[in-house]
Each structure stands twice: as C-alpha cells, then as structure tokens.
Design a protein around this ligand. Structure first.
Ligand SMILES: Cc1cc2nc3c(=O)[nH]c(=O)nc-3n(C[C@H](O)[C@H](O)[C@H](O)COP(=O)(O)OP(=O)(O)OC[C@H]3O[C@@H](n4cnc5c(N)ncnc54)[C@H](O)[C@@H]3O)c2cc1C
Length: 417
C-alpha cells in the first residue's frame, strides 16, 4: 500500500501528483469467500479491516448496494462522545473513543478526529439533575465529563446565548472534553483503503437480495445483483436496511426505520469552537472545517425509507438554533438531507450472533452510531471471527428484548446522538 506521509507528499509533488495509485481496487465478486460483510458503511468496512488485521481472515468481501459511505456514514453530523449513562454503554462507547484517538495513525489516513469537546445544555431542573447523574456515573466508569455553570459554558462556547429571556434558559452544561467530531467520508475511505491493502474485496453496486441456508439452517451464501456468492459467515451491517436484510434469513428484528435529517449553512470563518447539543429543545450544532455550521434535526414521527426528512422538523430545529445562538439568525442554509436510522426499543445497538448459524448482525445504532464506528467494527469482527461476543458487546445481544435486560439509554438521555 502506498503510505501517506510528508515524504510521500513531497515525492509526488515532484511529479505533479500524477502518480498516486487508486486507494482501493475495484474488485469483482469471487464465487466464494470465508466471510461476507453486507453494507459498506464505516461499520462494515471497519469490521472487514479488523477481521483481516486482527483475526487473520483475508478472503473477505464487503458488499455494498450503492457506493461506500453513501449510507448514514456519509450523512451524519459526526458527533463523537462516550458519556452514556449505563455501565454497558460507557464501556462500549469509550472503547470506540479510545480507538478514535489512534485511528488516523492505525489506518494511515487522516480522519480529522478533533477532540474539541461536546457541551450538553441543561434547560430545566430535570436536565440539570440528569446530567449531574451522568457525570457521576461517567466518572465511576473512568469517562471524563464535568459540570459547567452558564458563564463557564459561554466562556467555552462564546456564541451561546445564556441570557435569562429565553423560552428555555441555559442552567448549565455537561462537558466531555475528549469528545468531538471526525470527517465522516474519510472514515469510510480510510477503512476501505486499509482493508483493501490487507486483501479485502470491496464490491460496490452489489446489492444482497437473498440469504441462502442449508438443511441445518446454517448460512451458505448470498444472492446479489452481481451473482451468487458462497460463504459460511455473513455479517450484516446495513443500518436503516438491517431489518430488510435480516428478513432474508427469516429473522424479524426489533427495529423501526425512521428518516433523520441534518442541514448545513453557508460557510463562514471559524467561530464555533466545539459541539453543542440541546436535548430539550432538540438541536445540535458544530462547525465543519469548511466553515459550514452543521446542524442536526430530529427524526420524522413515521417509519419510512425515504432519505429525506419533513420540512417542519428542520424548521423546528432552526427555531431552537436561533434562540440558542442569535448571532446566526440571518445565516442561510445551503442544503439538507436525510438518512434512514434503525432504532431499537431501548435505543441501544445490537452487536451479536443470531439464531441463524453463521449469521451475525451489527445494527440498531439509530441516531448515534457514527461515534461508535471503530469500536463497533472492532467488536463485530471479534464476534464474527470467534463465533462469540467480546465481553464489551455481550450485553448488546438480541435476547435482551425477550428477557427484559434492556440497556435503556432512551430513558436515560432522551436523545442518542
Ligand atoms: C442525519 C443523521 C445525523 C446523524 N448524526 C450522528 C452523530 O452526530 N453522531 C453519531 O454518532 N451518529 C449519528 N448518526 C447515526 C450514524 O450515522 C449511523 O449510526 C452510522 O453511520 C451507521 O453506520 P453504518 O456503517 O452501520 O451504516 P451505513 O453507513 O448506513 O452503512 C450501511 C450500508 O449498507 C448498505 N446496504 C443496505 N442494504 C444493503 C443490501 N441489501 N446489500 C448491500 N448493501 C446494503 C447501504 O447502502 C449502506 O451504505 C446520524 C445519522 C443521520 C442520518
């Protein structure tokens, strides 16, 4: 693999940057693989990378029905944090955060991980008590999180309105300093390049249309829009389409798929130093390296597979943004888009074996799985390779919905990004 470095940049500059190789091969499907990953988002590509790197499986394909990163990986607002309430979640998301901290070096690709801090605003006494509870729980789990007064929050994020004449005044904020953002496309491209270098076939425009099983129920392969592929291990990482793909193996998943939308403003000079989230009035914002304000809205109220959200949802979010940051009132929005998020009843993910031998699933990340990308991929690869979960993802199984062992981050946070 050609390595990216300052030396390589200088060397290629001498030839006018004409000699860079494509970053991954345009692979054609082989008749059989040791393992097949369905879904070329960050989670699927990352799982293939860790399968090859840490578990010695090299004969792997990632099958993507569109283009890699064209799903939620390339559509999200890139908030990364690990300050979740429950022990199981803190372990999972902090595992991911630790991998983020070394990811650019590991895959030799700049994913522009920026630990600029995530500020979660409290607007009422319940928020304040809930966030303080999170802070205590996080500290017990070795996860950084601290309480800021309104004045300290404003010092950390100068555009924030902390005057008392708001509908929902700011009473304080929880700050995770290690949290931040990363460049979403780079995550998909970086994992694709690193996995390809280890021999993984990345096959785009290849939709999985059926999952085949033998007389004992074990998976034997998939039908795709580019032909039949035999395999004894299938890992499904298909986000909003997970229930459709799992249905091909006869499994009904505890998932609902909703559109979630985001929007960006016209670009401006650097003014917004961190990420701010307000769960109560439901708005969150950061500034991209290009200068756009990146704004996340809520999910539509109805299940759907359209990759766009309803106008009144984004209008509501912009009202909240204007209230929190009056300086931005006259800015224009450049574009908005949607992605399909797969939501579980407890708003926690599933990374698990399934009742179908040889079939594994990583789904249910809903509105908040970008932050988990390296951790989820790492644990999913472990589960596929060893046919058993890692201790970190063991609680995130399918049986919890039957046994009532929920990890109820929905009730804990009211929002999951
Ligand atoms: C607007 C928006 C904002 C968000 N903001 C945040 C945020 O700030 N922070 C955060 O942590 N998370 C956020 N999320 C959630 C996050 O984007 C997802 O949880 C995460 O990216 C999921 O990654 P993935 O690789 O599993 O899915 P995806 O990137 O969606 O990859 C799944 C892939 O599977 C492919 N596929 C589906 N069916 C098939 C098939 N039959 N055959 C082959 N391929 C198939 C799809 O084409 C897709 O490319 C947001 C999501 C949206 C939509």
């Amino acid at each position: 693999m050609q390595r990216f470095s300052a030396f390589a940049l200088v060397k290629h500059a001498l030839s006018g940057h004409q000699r860079w190789q494509p970053q991954w091969r345009d692979a054609t499907p082989k008749p059989a693989y040791d393992a097949v990953i369905v879904g070329g988002g960050g989670h699927g590509l990352g799982a293939a990378y860790y399968l090859a790197k840490e578990h010695g499986l090299r004969n792997i394909a990632v099958l993507e029905k569109g283009w890699i990163g064209g799903g939620n990986t390339g559509r999200n607002t890139t908030i990364i944090r690990s300050n979740y309430l429950f022990d199981e979640s803190a372990a999972l998301y902090d595992h991911a955060l630790k991998l983020w901290e070394g990811l650019s070096q590991d895959i030799n690709y700049n994913v522009m991980f920026s630990q600029r801090g995530v500020l979660m605003l409290a607007h009422n006494v319940h928020d304040e008590q809930s966030f303080k509870r999170h802070i205590h729980a996080n500290r017990l789990n070795g996860v950084d999180n601290e309480w800021l007064t309104p004045a300290q929050a404003k010092e950390f994020c100068p555009p924030l309105n902390i005057s008392g004449n708001m509908r929902h005044p700011v009473l304080g904020a929880a700050l995770q300093r290690r949290a931040g953002t990363a460049r979403h496309d780079a995550v998909a491209w970086g994992y694709a390049r690193a996995a390809d270098a280890l021999g993984v076939d990345i096959i785009q425009n290849c939709e999985v249309t059926a999952i085949h099983r033998d007389a004992f129920g074990h998976v034997t392969g998939v039908a795709t829009s580019r032909g039949e592929i035999a395999t004894r291990k299938i890992g499904v990482s298909a986000a909003g389409n997970s229930s459709v793909v799992m249905g091909m193996a006869g499994l009904r998943m505890p998932l609902e798929s909703f559109p979630l939308q985001a929007l960006v403003s016209e670009p401006i000079k650097p003014i917004f130093p961190c990420v701010v989230m307000s769960n109560t009035i439901h708005a969150y914002m950061s500034q991209s390296d290009k200068g756009e304000l990146v704004i996340g809205a809520g999910t539509d109220a109805y299940t759907s597979y359209t990759q766009r959200g309803a106008l009144h949802i984004s209008a509501h979010t912009l009202e909240a943004i204007c209230e929190l940051f009056p300086d931005f009132r006259r800015m224009r929005m450049l574009r908005n888009w949607g992605g399909i998020v797969d939501v579980t009843p407890d708003r926690s993910p599933i990374i698990a074996k399934t009742p179908v031998p040889g079939l594994y699933v990583n789904c249910g990340w809903g509105t908040g799985g970008f932050k988990a990308t390296p951790g989820a991929a790492h644990l999913f690869a472990w589960t596929i390779a060893r046919d058993e979960p890692h201790t970190i993802n063991a609680p995130f199984n399918l049986e919890r919905f039957a046994r009532g062992m929920l990890i109820d981050e929905a009730a804990a946070a009211a929002v999951a990004h």
